[in-house]
Ligand binder design. Structure first.
Ligand SMILES: *Cc1c(COP(=O)(O)O)cnc(C)c1O
Length: 366
């Protein structure tokens, strides 16, 4: 090869498209025009970068939701003053004190949290959400206890206001699902006059308008990704926000019979040009991606071959014979939906996004 560059980028980057994030939030507005939007940014903004996601959506979202206190404190320390909901609430006195001091809005889902509030000497007024279990059986009070929980919260000195009732759907990614209808009915039948309600995740926002209620809670769709297995975010008018890219760092011309990678799981059936790209499971590319998983080289799909290593993957470049070291490689994002990669790795796109590791720099594009 005579046209080798003398230098190349030998690590992957996650390019985060701010315009895409904003576009996707606008899609939520269009779908649920009468609801307020609680943008779900847990798990480091589905690994896009918590602070950047919040900064990008700050003027558009009505509140943000995280799972853990740490994430909320990080946002407060970065200077964000928007409402922040703690989806799993607080676990002890110290957390409750911090939640109050930093004006966070915990979800109260268990009697232990009620007791914490009752015994608390916190003086800063606190707003809370009440979580109700309508059938997922993960978090929340049984519907028949809601009246009592409300009464009890209204007597708690630190509780200044109850934001509303929140519940979560177990099966909303199934279209026309009877269990979802049943959960909605249970939720609607709870008597709690004057309180706002929220039950819709991305799947329900897109397919169950009757679930929108006062607040919707989009997560995955903000990142341009579909919660459904039968279609991609792009099919639904969303823009993929993260493009995970790297580049070719070596090219080999192998003979028929030559083996590739750990476990020598791939044998060339013919003379093959094999490309090595600088990305692996140490970056979050799924080790379970099978041979044949598409990867874009110079914008064109080529198949992954052999096992995924910690820092590298190997590709069959027979349909990209002019590719050279330094050429761009995209493993998901623009023009290659992460939904498709999830399918080849027997997982869901949520998991692939969350697995992108800290060593991958996030590059924010306007
Ligand atoms: C994660 C989460 C959401 C968002 O779910 P998506 O499927 O990503 O839209 C909404 N509500 C709660 C309670 C969650 O934990």
């Amino acid at each position: 090869m005579n046209n080798q560059p003398t230098a190349f980028l030998n690590y992957p980057q996650a390019i985060i498209d701010i315009g895409g994030l904003r576009h996707n939030l606008q899609q939520v507005r269009k779908l649920a025009p009468y609801s307020q939007i609680m943008a779900v940014v847990k798990a480091d903004g589905y690994a896009h970068g918590l602070e950047g996601v919040v900064r990008s959506l700050s003027t558009e979202a009505d509140a943000f939701a995280v799972s853990r206190l740490e994430e909320a404190l990080m946002l407060r320390q970065a200077g964000h003053r928007y409402p922040i909901v703690l989806l799993t609430g607080v676990g002890n006195k110290e957390e409750l004190q911090l939640a109050a001091a930093y004006h966070l809005t915990p979800v109260i889902h268990d009697v232990i949290q009620l007791d914490l509030l009752r015994q608390s000497l916190v003086t800063t007024p606190l707003a809370v959400w009440i979580k109700v279990d309508t059938g997922m059986h993960r978090l929340g009070f049984p519907p028949e206890r809601v009246t009592e929980v409300i009464a009890s919260l209204r007597c708690c000195q630190p509780v200044a206001s109850i934001m509303g009732l929140m519940s979560h759907l177990a099966n909303a990614d199934q279209v026309e699902d009877s269990y979802t209808r049943q959960q909605l009915e249970v939720f609607n039948n709870i008597s709690a006059p004057g309180l706002a309600r929220s039950i819709a995740n991305s799947a329900a926002i897109m397919t169950y308008p009757q679930a929108h209620l006062n607040w919707v809670r989009p997560g995955i769709m903000l990142y341009g990704v579909s919660p459904f297995t039968h279609c991609t975010g792009m099919d639904m008018g969303l823009k993929p926000v993260m493009t995970l890219k790297s580049c070719l760092i070596a090219i080999h011309r192998l003979c028929a019979g030559d083996k590739v990678g750990y476990g020598i799981t791939w044998t060339c059936s013919k003379p093959t040009i094999v490309g090595v790209a600088a990305i692996g499971y140490g970056d979050g590319y799924p080790r379970h991606a099978v041979s044949g998983t598409p990867v874009l080289v110079n914008g064109y799909p080529v198949p992954l071959i052999g096992r995924v290593s910690m820092d590298m993957i190997t590709l069959d470049l027979d349909h990209q014979p002019t590719a050279k070291v330094g050429d761009p490689v995209v493993v998901w994002g623009e023009r290659l939906p992460v939904e498709e990669i999830a399918h080849h790795a027997a997982t869901i796109p949520y998991e692939l996004l969350c697995q992108v590791t800290a060593r991958v720099p996030r590059i924010w594009n306007k």
